[in-house]
Design a binder for this molecule. Structure first.
Ligand code: PLP
Length: 385
C-alpha cells in the first residue's frame, strides 16, 4: 500500500503485482507451472530456485494481496486453515492464545484437537466486549485471535479497542478478515498485527479453488512466514494463485453488489412474518450497528436468520431453486448453510447452546444474482414453513 497509496482500491486490485509480463507483454500474469529454475552458476539465479520457496505467479499474488490489505507481505497458503496453522506455528510450546468464542468451526478444531498436542494453550472469550480480552490475557499470552463479524452470529469486535489492549500488554493481534474482505474492513489500519483470510471465499469469489493468506505488518513476521512456507510447504499452487489473481480483479465490483443485495435481503427477512431474529450488522437494531458503521465501510452479504426449528429450516431449504444449500460463502452464487448440522456440528449441542446457535438458524451468503430472483426464491422457500 505504501508505494501506491495514491491509487484507489479497485485500481490496486487490478494492477498491483500485475505488471505486464516482462517477456511478452501479456496483460495477464502467466501461470508458471515449474518446480525448479535453471541457475546461471553456483549461487547465481534470477531470484527463483525452487517453487516451494517461491514461484513468479505466487509472488504476483502475494504483492497484490499485501497492497489490498495495506500490509508489507502476504504469503499465501494451500487453504485458509493452512494459513491459520502457519500463524500458530509462529508461536512456541507453552504460549497461550486468547480467541473469540464464535470462530469459524475449523479454527477451534485445529487449535484444540491438533495444536494443544504441541503445548500451545487456547482460551475462548466473547471478544465483542474488549474487557473480556484484557481479562483473559495471562503472563504467557502471546496472541489474541479474533474474527469480526463472527460466523454465524454476526457479532462484532472493536478492533481499535482490542489492538490498544494488545499493544499495552505486548501481545500480537491477529484478525480473520474473511467475511468482510479488505474492501470493507482494514484491520491493519485499526492496529492489528496480522490479518488472515480464507481466499476461498470473497477474495477468489468464484467458488473454484481453496487458498489462504497471512498479511503481515513487519519484516520479522514476513521473514518467519516465508520460512514456514519453505519449511512446512503448505504453499498455494501456481494455478490456484492465478485463480485468486483473476478473482481479485473484480473484488471491488463484486463487493458493491454483495453489499447492496445483502442489505435488500436483510431488510426483506427482517419484515417477513415467518422469520424470527435476523443477524446482520447493517440493520439498525443490530446491537453493534454503530460500531459496524465506524469500523467497516460496508455491511457485506453474510446474514443469519431464525426459522424456528430444524424442521422449518429444512422445509424452506428444500424449496429453494436460485439459492443453493452448501457449505462455504463469498462466491458469486447465493449459498445457504445450516450451521447446527454443517459448519458448527462439531461444537455439539451444548457448545452451540452456550454461544447461542439454534437448530432453526440459517445462514445465507448473498450472491450477486439479480436481487428480484433471490427475493422471489426466498419468498417461495419461506412460504413452505
Ligand atoms: C472458510 C473459512 C476458513 C477456512 O478456510 P479454508 O480455505 O476452508 O481452509 C477460515 N476462516 C473463515 C472465517 C472461513 O470462512
Amino acid at each position: 500500500m505504501k508505494k501506491n497509496k495514491q491509487t484507489g482500491f479497485a485500481t490496486r486490485a487490478i494492477h498491483d503485482g500485475q505488471e505486464p509480463d516482462p517477456l511478452t507483454g501479456a496483460v495477464t500474469v502467466p501461470i508458471y507451472p515449474t518446480s525448479t529454475y535453471v541457475q546461471q552458476g553456483i549461487g547465481e539465479n534470477k531470484g527463483y530456485e525452487y517453487s516451494r520457496v517461491s514461484n513468479p505467479t505466487r509472488t504476483r499474488l502475494e504483492e497484490n494481496l499485501a497492497s489490498l490489505e495495506g500490509g508489507m507481505a502476504a504469503p499465501v497458503f494451500a487453504s485458509g486453515m493452512a494459513a491459520i496453522n502457519a500463524v500458530a506455528c509462529m508461536l512456541k510450546s507453552g504460549d497461550h492464545v486468547v480467541c473469540g468464542n464464535d470462530l469459524y468451526g475449523g479454527t477451534p478444531r485445529l487449535f484444540n484437537q491438533v495444536l494443544t498436542c504441541f503445548g500451545l494453550e487456547f482460551s475462548y472469550v466473547d471478544t465483542s466486549e474488549a474487557e473480556n480480552v484484557e481479562r483473559a490475557i495471562r503472563r504467557n499470552t502471546r496472541m489474541v485471535y479474533v474474527e469480526t463479524p463472527t460466523n454465524p452470529l454476526m457479532r462484532l469486535s472493536d478492533l481499535a479497542a482490542i489492538s490498544q489492549i494488545c499493544r499495552r500488554k505486548k501481545v500480537q493481534l491477529v484478525v480473520d478478515n474473511t467475511f468482510m474482505s479488505p474492501y470493507f474492513q482494514q484491520p491493519l489500519a485499526l492496529g492489528a498485527d496480522m490479518v488472515v483470510h480464507s481466499t476461498t471465499k470473497f477474495l477468489n469469489g468464484h467458488s473454484d479453488g481453496l487458498g489462504g493468506v497471512v498479511v503481515c505488518s513487519t519484516p520479522k513476521q514476513a521473514e518467519k512466514l516465508a520460512f514456514l512456507q519453505k519449511a512446512a510447504g503448505a504453499i498455494l499452487s501456481p494455478f490456484e494463485c492465478w485463480l485468486v489473481l483473476r478473482g481479485v480483479k473484480t473484488l471491488a465490483a463484486r463487493m458493491e453488489i454483495h453489499d447492496r443485495n445483502g442489505r435488500m435481503v436483510a431488510g426483506f427477512l427482517a419484515e417477513h412474518k415467518k422469520v424470527g431474529k435476523v443477524f446482520y450488522p447493517g440493520l439498525p437494531d443490530h446491537p453493534q450497528h454503530e460500531l459496524a458503521k465506524r469500523q467497516m465501510s460496508g455491511f457485506g452479504s453474510m446474514i443469519t436468520f431464525e426459522t424456528g426449528s430444524l424442521k422449518n429450516a429444512n422445509k424452506m431449504l428444500k424449496k429453494l431453486r436460485v439459492c443453493s444449500l452448501g457449505e462455504s460463502l463469498g462466491g458469486v452464487e447465493t449459498l445457504i448453510s445450516h450451521p447446527a448440522t454443517m459448519t458448527h456440528a462439531g461444537l455439539g449441542e451444548k457448545g452451540r447452546k452456550a454461544i447461542g446457535i439454534t437448530d432453526g438458524m440459517v445462514r445465507i451468503s448473498v450472491g450477486i444474482e439479480d436481487i428480484e430472483d433471490i427475493l422471489d426464491d426466498l419468498e417461495v422457500g419461506l412460504g413452505a414453513i
